[in-house]
Design a binder for this molecule. Structure first.
Ligand code: NAP
Length: 438
């Protein structure tokens, strides 16, 4: 480590949304950052393949530029490399090469850190260099710091989070204006809130990567992302918001982690939340995380989940932390995972946890439908809580809802599979859990 540094020199690889936000803060907030770290923070080199034609923040004119990331990671001037490329290809090479060359590394890359974070942390540890990734989950909310420092003394029992701003924007707009998913998605794409290929967001994969990272931070276990139950928001319709409103609930894409003696249950799925729940008030592109500790009970974290400047703040804060590590000549005081060693993931069996569910049906009009469905539910040991139907406009496509008492995921799946074989169903029932505890 470098105790006699007279400035901290940063190399930025990737100059898109986050890279430019980070660069803008490093330039504009230079004076205050120097006071906070105790030495100046200087940007030594910028890299992206199109760096020479890109519009960069004012003040970047005199900074050295390259189209090859190898120039940054091998630059003897550079102390900290910020990987802001994204994905699991070049980004991975940038981080490995930077660590091998003795650089501290900061990354915003949730996909890579969810897949290979444990291994990369190991490499950083062996190289004696800090590796920080605050920006990889919930952009501007410092949830990593909360879990690895702020409440590290607690034992986390459960977490629930709204971790994808695109989905939250879409669901909030559907609710506000009574509009359908496709229409709101098209608007979100026009406004730049959703990618041209929205799958990573609306199918829940982005949120799943973030939940895998949070689970490692909070529970100290390696979670293969593929093992997390995931369901996106494509099937949620304006009709569901009407029914949810009748039930005094709203719908959000919720990432949930619950630890019990039987193991860890993780899921990402659209969920009904009572309007009175604190998470139900999170709207638009905001993110939030609710954490329950065995000793400290509830705490709640809210803020911008993405965007160049909020995410840039997380990256710059990590750069300052890395600078402090280098200045104090101490190897990372705490690993980014907050546990020195991660244990294997022990998934809780699906029958270990019960919760109420919302089932929405679309059927052709027939006699005896409710009786059929009630029989199937009874056969799977599931009790009905309520049956609801809004005024009908089309007798060939009748939506209605059954809410059921607390049941296991397996019970509900079994009932839904049997129901899906009924010929008068227009589509398989839409199933969403109804949460009470957050
Ligand atoms: N956007 C957000 O609000 C947000 C929030 C939290 C976390 N993140 C994470 O932050 C990272 C960056 O996201 P972003 O939205 O800023 O992405 P982006 O706008 O697509 O920017 C990516 C940048 O990487 C550069 N790049 C790609 N391949 C490269 C290579 N081989 N060598 C050098 N540069 C390369 C691209 O420019 P060239 O094509 O010119 O090379 C571009 O400047 C991702 O990991 C993302 O998940 C983003």
């Amino acid at each position: 480590m470098i105790a006699d540094m007279d400035s901290l020199k940063v190399g930025l690889v990737g100059l898109g949304n986050v890279g430019c936000g980070t660069l803008q803060i490093l330039i504009e907030n230079k004076e205050q950052l120097a006071h906070k770290l105790g030495i100046p923070v200087e940007v030594a080199m910028l890299c992206s393949r199109s760096v020479h034609s890109r519009k960069l923040p004012a003040g970047a004119e005199s900074i050295a530029k390259t189209t090859d990331w190898r120039d940054v990671v091998s630059n003897p001037e550079v102390d900290v490399v910020a990987e802001l490329v994204g994905g699991t290809g070049a980004a991975s090479d940038v981080i490995e090469a930077a660590l091998a060359n003795g650089k501290a590394v900061v990354t915003a890359n949730k996909e890579l850190m969810a897949k290979r974070g444990v291994e990369l942390w190991q490499k950083a540890s062996e190289a004696g260099r800090p590796l920080a990734m605050e920006a990889s989950v919930a952009g501007g909310i410092p949830i990593h710091t909360v879990l690895r420092e702020g409440i590290v003394g607690d034992r986390i029992e459960a977490m629930a989070g709204i971790l994808n701003g695109t989905c939250n924007f879409i669901l909030t707009e559907m609710e506000k204006a009574g509009r359908g998913f496709d229409e709101v998605l098209a608007e979100a794409q026009k406004l730049g809130y959703a990618e041209a290929d929205p799958s990573a967001d609306v199918d829940g994969y982005d949120a799943r990567s973030k939940l895998a990272i949070l689970a490692a931070l909070a529970f100290g276990c390696r979670v293969p992302v593929e093992d997390i139950y995931v369901e996106g928001i494509r099937r949620v319709s304006d009709v569901d918001f009407s029914y949810a409103a009748q039930l005094r609930h709203t719908i959000r894409l919720l990432c949930v982690a619950r630890l019990s003696s039987e193991g860890l249950a993780l899921s990402v799925r659209p969920t009904l939340l009572p309007k009175s729940a604190i998470l139900a008030s999170v709207s638009g592109s905001y993110n939030a995380i609710w954490v329950k500790g065995a000793y400290g009970s509830d705490s709640f974290y809210y803020g911008r989940g993405a965007g160049p400047l909020p995410t840039g703040v997380a990256v710059v804060s990590d750069i300052i932390h890395a600078g402090r590590e280098l200045l104090s000549c101490r190897q990372n005081r705490v690993s980014p995972y907050s546990f020195r060693q991660l244990s294997a993931y022990r998934p809780a069996p699906p029958e270990s946890f019960k919760q109420p569910y919302y089932l929405r049906f679309r059927v052709e009009n027939r006699f005896g439908i409710i009786a059929d469905l009630a029989t199937i539910l009874r056969d799977h040991g599931i009790g009905i809580d309520a049956v609801g139907q809004l005024p009908i406009s089309n007798w060939r496509d009748l939506p209605f809802v059954i809410t059921v008492e607390a049941a296991t995921h397996g019970q509900v799946q079994g009932a839904v599979e049997t129901m899906s074989r009924l010929e008068y169903l227009i589509e398989p029932p839409l199933v969403m859990p109804m949460l009470a505890e957050f």
